[in-house]
Design a protein around this ligand. Structure first.
Ligand code: HEM
Length: 419
């Protein structure tokens, strides 16, 4: 029963994307970790954290799902290398042409496959390798700021800055031909626009993945300068086109909407207080770094971790878990845990020196591999934006902004601005 219903839910997700507001069978309380009021998690999430470390969420069809909302507890679950699997690929193997192997990337694989694939990807994310992207990001941000200015008052910062910067950056990272990028972007936006979270968050099979598969096959003959070409040079035939396209797809899924959400929402938060905007515009690079970390914590755009499926029966924080139960770590809940964050965890404090590192990039073996790249983009984008347009302001009253209602990756649909 359980695997059928789970496969049904996943098929719905594949078809419609992960916008749980459209899946009426999900009870209200279960939606709490994915909901926001403006940029804040809903107060019920803090209540859930205060109630205890592990909360059973009411799911239909006997699905047993538990939420972890505290910082220390989320860290503990995410650091546990042996008790959980994130491999949900069997759910996609229900019927039709989809096979378990179709879903790629690191997020949904377990050791030893995860270890092998992550080792292949890691050298591409060292600061030395990423340094080549810095001037390209600087140039891309400048170009998009030109486009924003050209569009005039009311221009949409999300469309003209927040999405194109990570899109082009990942294309540069992967080493995709400029000629192919427009076509790729159209596939990408079809995949990500439709819903609150993007089917990609669950690695749904997509045309985009096929596009990457072709790009890998092309580079197999003529390896390019980016990640795909470098891995082909380093690994040769020991990595299949299939695995490499899966890795590229996972990188794309992981790095696009997340960074776009951060650029748009971060700009919005900075515009709320002229002193905060001034700090980024005129402050030192240390100031900017600190503000970026606080924005990552405060916004926590990846609201929940990949599902952790218990591999065996166990006791977690005093409750019995059965093999197959799902544990979700609420990263937005953990990052607002006053016990670790310090005073007033619900406020954005650009001078905050937190007691511990935030969990916006996760923790443990699946911790975000692109964290340093994301930081690089944000550290370039915010100061450039605020320096170029010192009078930048929202073009609409804040209450008219449309935030994603119920999504794994939080974001704002549009951000109209004036200069
Ligand atoms: C601000 C932007 C970003 C945020 C907030 C973010 C957040 C996260 C989080 C929370 C995880 C871990 C999920 C879990 O353990 O359950 C993750 C994993 C991952 N991220 Fe990011 N990410 C961002 C940008 C990027 C970028 C720029 C890339 C690549 C270009 C990327 C690629 C990945 C990949 C491949 C994984 C899976 C790692 C693994 O399973 O070993 N992310 N990200």
């Amino acid at each position: 029963m359980r695997s059928w219903t789970a496969a049904y839910v996943v098929r719905r997700i594949q078809k419609n994307g992960i916008d749980l507001s459209k899946i009426s069978i999900v009870p209200e309380a279960t939606k709490i970790p994915l909901q926001r009021i403006g940029t804040d998690p809903v107060p019920a999430l803090a209540e859930m954290r205060a109630e205890g470390p592990l909360k059973k969420l009411e799911f239909p069809f006997n699905l047993r799902v538990f939420a972890v909302t505290g910082y220390e507890e989320a860290r503990q679950v995410l650091a546990d290398r042996t008790s959980y699997s994130t491999d949900i690929r069997h759910l996609f193997n229900g019927d039709g042409p989809t096979t378990a192997d179709d879903i790629g990337g690191l997020g949904f694989t377990d050791a030893p496959q995860h270890t092998r694939l992550r080792k292949i990807l890691t050298p591409e994310f060292t600061m030395r390798r990423l340094a080549r992207l810095e001037p390209l990001i600087e140039k891309r941000v400048d170009l998009q700021l030109d486009a924003l200015e050209a569009a005039g008052s009311g221009a949409d910062l999300a469309k003209l800055l927040a999405f194109p910067v990570p899109f082009q950056t990942i294309c540069d990272l992967l080493g995709l031909d400029y000629d192919d990028r427009d076509a790729f972007e159209k596939l990408g936006s079809a995949r990500f626009d439709a819903t609150g979270g993007g089917a990609g968050a669950f690695g749904a099979v997509s045309e985009q993945r096929e596009f990457l598969f072709e790009a890998v096959a092309k580079q197999r003959k003529e390896p390019g300068p980016g990640l795909i070409g470098q891995i082909i040079r380093d690994e040769g035939d020991t990595i299949s086109d299939f695995d490499l396209a899966g890795l590229a797809d996972g990188v794309f899924t992981g790095g696009y909407e997340t960074t776009a959400g951060m650029i748009a929402l971060g700009a919005l938060v900075l515009l709320r207080d002229p002193e905060h905007a001034k700090l980024v515009r005129e402050g030192s690079s240390e100031d900017v770094d600190r503000v970026v970390e606080e924005l990552l914590r405060y916004l926590t755009v990846v609201q929940v971790s990949f599902p952790r499926i218990a591999k065996h029966d166990m006791t977690l924080f005093g409750q019995e878990l059965r093999a197959g139960d799902t544990v979700l770590c609420s990263l937005s809940g953990a990052n607002r845990d006053g016990a670790v964050v310090g005073d007033d965890p619900d406020s954005f404090d650009p001078y905050r020196v937190p007691k511990s590192g935030h969990l916006a990039f996760g923790h443990g073996i699946h911790r975000c591999i692109g964290a340093e790249l994301a930081r690089m983009e944000l550290r370039i984008a915010y100061p450039k934006l605020l320096r170029r347009f010192p009078a930048l302001a929202l073009a609409v009253p804040p209450e008219e902004l449309k935030f994603r209602q119920l999504s794994f990756v939080f974001g704002v649909e549009e951000l109209p601005v004036t200069f």
